[in-house]
Structures are given as C-alpha cells and as structure tokens.
Design a protein around this ligand. Structure first.
Ligand SMILES: [Zn+2]
Length: 373
C-alpha cells in the first residue's frame, strides 16, 4: 500500500524518530513489491517528485514545525532524503546489472555497453600449499578427513593422552570458550589447538585399516608477529593397520618430502616428545634453498640458520594409550599399530615462496595476494 505522510502534531525526539523510521520501512516495502521499470518509476515519482512528492510533503511540515524542533526535524529529513535516493537509485542499479531475465524483460539492456568485469579469484598461497601437500598423500592412497574447529576438551586433549592437569597442556596456549565452568572438564569447548582431534573422531567412525590426511585451521593464544598468528593451518596424517612400523613412517615421509620439495632433498629424524606418539621424532629436510650447504651466494642462508637443515614436522608411532580410547571400534593396541605426523602449512608456504612475514598472508592486501593469481 502506498505511504501517506502523517500530519505531525508531536515534535518530540521520540515521535520524530518513529515517524521517520516508519517512512523508511514504508519505502522498503514499496520497493520490495516493484517488478518492472514502470513500477519503479512510479515509486520514484511518488517519493521524489518536487511537486507533492512524499519528501516535499514532509519538507512542508518542516516550515510549520515549532522553532525548537526545527533543527532535529531538519536533520532527520536530510537523512531520510539520502536514504530515499540511495534505496531508489540502488534498485535501479540492481535492475541494470541483473543478468538476462529481469533487465531483459524491462527492455533496458544496451548490448553495445561493455560487460561487467568480475575479478577472478585465485587460491590463497597457504591453501594452495596445503592442497598440494595433501595431494602427495592422496596419491599414496590417503583420504582427506576434516572435523570441527570448536572442539571439546575430550577430543583436543584427553583422548590424545593429555590427561587433565598434565603439564603438556601448557605448551598449547589454548583459547577456551567462555562460560563453560559449570560443565564437566571433558565437555568444555575450546578452539582446537591442533588438527589431531580429527584422528580420534575418524577412528571412532572408521574401523582399521585407515590412512588419512587432515588439513585445517587451528588456534592458539599467540600474539601475531612475523612468524606467529593466533590462527594458523596444520596438515596432519594418520596411518593405522597391523604391523605398521617406524620404517613405514620414515619411508612414507621421506617419499612425501621428495615429492613436495624435489627429489634431491634428504630427511633426518631426531628424537622428540609428543603426548600422543611414542617414540616421537622431529623430521628435518635438507635445506632446499641453499642445497644443504648453509650458505647462499648472497651470504649465510637464513631460512635454515646456516645449518643446512629445516625442521618440517613432528611425527611418531601412535601411543597405545590413544588407541585405548577407540578400542571398541577395532583399535586394540595389541593388534594394531600406526604412525602420525603433523606440520604447519603456513610455515611451509613461507619457506616455499620466500616470504619473510606471516602476517602478509592474513592481512588481505590484494597487491600481495595477486602474486599468486
Ligand atoms: Zn639453507
């Protein structure tokens, strides 16, 4: 129904707010009903015509308004004028840009005009790195598995052999969801600190043997700087079967690194500790930037700190305690064994593309991102 301008008697701030608010809603309703250009023109004329248009009628009331209300009234009116022209012109732009159907039926398309140029997006360098790394494992028969970013304490810690109050929890600066203290600890929600909960979730659903890679975002309470971010990306892997050995782990990861970084890289495993693997190791690859020499033509090689080796991932044999949590689905630690590994996609992207500041990946500067388009 067409809007009629009410005769104002109450000029209080509250009444003005209400009146002008009603006018805006009425215009939106009228535009909502519009289906053709002639209907649109009718709405435009009713609201914007100099002679007796809605805006003019309201303007006339400004003249008769009491002195002390004129300033507020004027401000509301200006704002309404802007709103009306924006909404009405905006609808017109929408019609002009509409593909085929609506605009075509209005007969307003000038086919001699250049088309609308839509910038073509490109894969973000971190997602590209992640996808390429996952593809290496997919060619080995691994499947992609994914899981929620908001996790329970149980999946993020307990079932991965981080018992409550275990000091290993302190190494992961966890972001907890507020207002959870009334829940039992294992049900409390947090932002997952690693992609490892997906290991448990997948083992709960799928019986052995399994081979999965898990890409995804994780969060930790790390202030952003050149090499840290409160949000970053991991790629995790898990293989479980009968008779999986540390030899399988080394062979698989050595092959994957040669596929990803080039056949000349070497791998080196050094003992480490993670609660969910035993034994655990950190894996280094020979520096693919300086060829392992620690030096470049321009001077010392910074990415490998002149050691010739770059730490890429953590790995190990799945701790039997982890299998205990999914024992009922066929993961009897006396019958199956497996290995797991996890790496940071962001760090690998930094190294691969020679970027020296992690924040560049996340601050959305198109000039930076266009280099990968
Ligand atoms: Zn190097």
């Amino acid at each position: 129904m067409a809007y009629t301008v009410p005769k104002l008697t109450d000029y209080s701030a509250e009444s003005l707010l209400k009146t002008f608010g009603h006018a805006k809603l009425a215009l939106r309703d009228e535009l909502h009903e519009v289906t053709s250009e002639s209907e649109w023109k009718a709405v435009r004329d009713r609201w914007m015509a100099r002679k007796n248009g809605v805006l003019t009628q309201i303007n006339d009331q400004l003249r008769t308004a009491p002195k002390d209300a004129k300033r507020d009234f004027g401000q509301y009116l200006n704002e309404l004028k802007q709103y009306v022209s924006q909404e009405i012109e905006g609808w017109n732009r929408f019609v002009e840009n509409a593909p085929g159907g609506l605009a075509g039926s209005l007969g307003s398309v000038d086919i001699s005009l250049p088309g609308i140029r839509r910038p073509i997006g490109a894969e973000h360098p971190i997602l590209k790195t992640s996808r390429e790394m996952c593809a290496v494992f997919q060619r080995l028969g691994y499947s992609i598995a994914e899981g929620p970013v908001i996790e329970t304490d149980y999946y993020n810690f307990e079932a991965l052999n981080f018992p409550p109050n275990h000091p290993a929890r302190d190494t992961q600066d966890t972001l907890f969801i507020a207002g959870q203290s009334s829940k039992p600890q294992r049900e409390r929600l947090l932002l997952r600190t690693h992609t490892s909960p997906v290991q448990i979730r997948t083992m709960e659903k799928i019986r052995p043997p399994i081979r999965i890679v898990i890409p995804g975002t994780v969060h930790r309470n790390d202030p952003p700087d050149a090499s840290h971010s409160p949000m970053f990306h991991q790629i995790e892997g898990l293989a479980v079967d009968t008779n999986i050995t540390f030899g399988d782990l080394k062979g698989t990861l050595d092959h994957a690194m040669k596929e990803f970084f080039g056949s000349s890289v070497k791998t080196s495993f050094r003992p480490s500790f993670f609660p969910f693997t035993e034994p655990s190791a950190e894996m280094f690859v020979s520096c693919f930037i300086c060829g392992g020499s620690g030096r470049r033509e321009s001077g010392p090689c910074r990415p490998c700190k002149q050691t010739g080796w770059i730490e890429i991932l953590g790995c190990g044999m799945v701790d039997p305690n982890v299998f205990e949590f999914v024992k009922d689905n066929g993961y009897d630690p006396r019958k199956v064994s497996g290995f797991a590994f996890g790496m940071g996609a962001d760090r690998i992207a930094l190294l691969k593309y020679g970027v020296d500041d992690l924040q560049l990946f996340f601050n959305g500067d198109v000039r930076f991102l266009q280099q990968w388009a």
